[in-house]
Write a protein that binds this ligand. Structure first.
Ligand SMILES: C[S@@+](CC[C@H](N)C(=O)[O-])C[C@H]1O[C@@H](n2cnc3c(N)ncnc32)[C@H](O)[C@@H]1O
Length: 342
């Protein structure tokens, strides 16, 4: 059993934790949570968690934990030694410390990084490590929360460029009302979709969710009422070199589909995207009834809604069981609610 630390992204930490738990479940990785505080999760697992982490849009990094300690008035004390991850000989390293939350007390981070550097150097004396601050082979990270310091070796970190390339404005077909890619990815992840599963988005628009599910290796299926969106969605799928997909023109209240493994979608609420004249409540309710009839047993359906709309009430009425509700505040007048159903 190894002990790891996951650092989730600041603003949306609840979403980050839930996204990570969902991907661990989707990748059949057994784990136990030891501690959850601010943006940090300490967990134990016998399996390699990188496969799950790699899928996530709201994680900063994963570390193998080395030591836990305290800092008191510029004095560092690493009192709990956990493990020394194996590294190769004659490599380079750097130490970086991140403050998490507003409570971190040590002000002079370079000074703390130097102290931790000496600690690492002492512990890996036989490996002949050399410092290289710019391009180290190994990055050791200190995470400082208040007085507590976690020290670990980074085993994975997020590459945000990958998401930027797929932002709605960078796709060949842009459709107003498309969600930012990292949110689309997180919502797709919450549906626990696995490689080779059939993933379905019944309001697929320009295909933001379909692209993310396809990148995870799912066979993706989208439907849409608007023929221009279908044309654009096809263009986007081809641009991102996705092969295993189908997009059909269909009303999400009458779906010509038998069974799917996972559903994630961003329905229209007549704010940024059209309901094509339909009453929003009727449309959402009828879609949920239809979705329930095609979702495999124990499959997940995840959808977004403005928080004030309280769409979860419609989901319960349609016979779903609510697994979790996550509210993410986008700006003063809009909180996006993500509703996770089974
Ligand atoms: C919020 S947008 C989806 C955006 C999409 N996730 C993307 O990345 O572009 C909602 C979409 O639902 C479509 N729509 C509205 N009513 C529909 C219905 N009854 N059946 C299927 N699609 C519908 C709209 O044309 C719109 O493209």
């Amino acid at each position: 059993m190894k002990k790891y630390l996951t650092h989730v992204r600041g603003h949306y930490q609840d979403l980050g934790f839930e996204e990570f738990f969902a991907t661990l479940e989707a990748e059949s990785i057994e784990y136990s949570v030891e501690k959850k505080e601010d943006q940090v999760l300490i967990f134990n697992t016998k399996q390699n968690p990188i496969k799950a982490a790699k899928r996530c849009a709201f994680l900063h990094s994963i570390l193998t934990l080395i030591s836990i300690g305290n800092v008191e008035e510029d004095k560092l004390e690493l009192h709990e030694f956990i493990s020394l991850p194996e590294i190769e000989d004659n490599k380079t390293f750097a130490v970086r410390v991140k403050k998490v939350g507003k409570k971190a007390i040590w002000q002079d981070l370079p000074d703390l990084e130097r102290e931790l550097g000496e600690y690492i150097f002492d512990n890996y004396r036989e490996q002949n490590l050399k410092a290289n601050l710019r391009r180290p082979d190994y990055l050791f990270q200190g995470i400082l929360i208040g007085k507590r310091l976690y020290l670990g070796l980074e085993v994975w970190s997020l590459d945000r460029i990958e998401y930027e390339n797929r932002e709605p404005g960078n796709r060949p077909y842009f459709r107003p009302g498309s969600m930012k890619t990292e949110f689309a990815r997180a919502i797709v992840n919450l549906s626990r979709v696995k490689q080779n599963d059939v993933f379905y988005d019944p309001f697929c628009g320009g295909g933001g969710f379909l692209i993310e599910a396809a990148k995870l290796g799912a066979n993706v299926l989208g439907s849409e009422l608007d023929k221009f969106a279908i044309y654009g969605c096809n263009q986007n799928m081809k641009f991102y070199e996705e092969n295993y997909y189908a997009i059909i023109r269909s009303d999400s209240r009458h779906l010509p589909i038998k069974e799917v493994d996972a559903i994630a979608t961003d329905p229209p609420y007549a704010i940024q995207s059209s309901t094509h004249g339909e009453n929003v409540n009727n449309l959402i309710y009828d879609f949920l009834i239809e979705a329930r009839s095609i979702l495999k047993k124990d499959g997940y359906l995840v959808f977004s809604s403005p928080a004030k709309h309280e769409s979860e009430l419609l989901a319960e009425k349609a016979g779903f069981s609510i697994q979790k509700i996550l509210d993410t505040r986008l700006h003063k007048s809009l909180t996006r609610r993500i509703i996770i159903l089974k």
